[in-house]
Design a protein around this ligand. Sequence first.
Ligand SMILES: [Zn+2]
Length: 135
Amino acid sequence: MSEPRKPLPRPAPESSPYWEAAKEHRLEMPHCRACDGYWFPPSRTCPHCTSSDVEFRPVSGQGKVFSFVIFDRVYHPAFAAEVPYVVALVELDEGPRMISNIVGIEPDAVRCDMRLTVVFDDVAEGVSVPKFKPA
Ligand SMILES: [Zn+2]
């Protein structure tokens, strides 16, 4: 029997620049040229001012834990070997918040406001997922 496989990201037109950057181990966020705002997840217009003058811009990859949960049940068989793992709402220094995993630390040691830096998990050929580790 083959091992269960993790589901892979399926980029939409508005999120494909994010995934293309991640593939090259760069974290990029949607940015508005009109109001200088960042946001996530990607959309065709700026949620701050509704401008459609938007671009993707590299961000620092630095941030902090805004909130988190520890998954200690197996919800998908492909993740069985990783339980327990942390799913967090990460607040980037540039402002946007994104859902990700905290890695490189025991789940019980994760705390809100803990400083983080991005790392990239090469999950499949040509697919990298941004995750975060303690800074
Ligand atoms: Zn804007």
